[in-house]
Design a protein around this ligand. Sequence first.
Ligand code: BT5
Length: 260
Amino acid sequence: MADIIGRTVLQLPDVTSTNDVVRDHAERGEPEGFVVSADRQRMGRGRMGRSWVSPAAASVQMSVLLRPRFPASKASGITQMAAVAVAAAIRETVSPHGAISPLLVTLKWPNDVLLNSKKCAGILVESVVQGEVIAYAVLGIGVNVNFSMREFPSLEAVATTLADEIGYQLDREGLQAAIIANLGKYYTLLCSGDSGEIAVFQEWRSQLSTLGQAVRVATSSGIEEGVAMEVERDGALLLMQPGGLLRLDSGDVTVLKKSE
Ligand code: BT5
């Protein structure tokens, strides 16, 4: 099953969003593992309708069709699995022989991959649920590769690119192939039963830079502050506040003060 992801890879020059192309194929019955990748994305999106920016031919922007046959309550496992796979692929591509690199690759709750503490990749999972079960999920992945965040001054303080951090241009195709291979590995693990799900969750949790930090979380219902204490298996973040523990399903985290 490990090579299920990327059995078919459609490489397109120009799309609105790779997630839209995959969704259209999903609705027509395409089997899982189908991948769409694009050089240029005119209306790339993040969560809650936000935009995902990328100059042409300088990023990896790809979407994968998944039909995991598990309950909607486990959808966050897909985001976690993808974050772990993207982080592993970045490490392998930047340091193919396992050489120690000064590049710090970590994960941020709930859906980011960070390089040296700045966002370098984002994950967007759009699921279609029938009854209690996921009919299909479109897993979208955007990785900033061969451009400089100086092109996007409003993001520069919080976002980065591989080229900015390593100082040279990376083979985008090689990175994409490594992402597909790692998605195959970790998706197989995720679908292998309870112990596989726990293994993916533990891998994701162990790489989270968010835990133990004093944070501000912007949620759809307001701003919350506290210490990020723990994540639960369904992906929720537990925030310690003076009044007790607050459980958050989603949001945007800013670290208030780095703990040593
Ligand atoms: C995400 O959303 O991080 C998910 C991004 C998923 C993009 C991929 S590309 C392939 C596929 N097709 C799509 O249309 N989307 C997926 P979120 O956590 O909501 O973050 C969005 C926010 O990140 C924006 O509001 C900006 O503040 C910031 N942002 C936008 N572009 C960025 C970039 N290239 N790098 C880092 N941050 C960015």
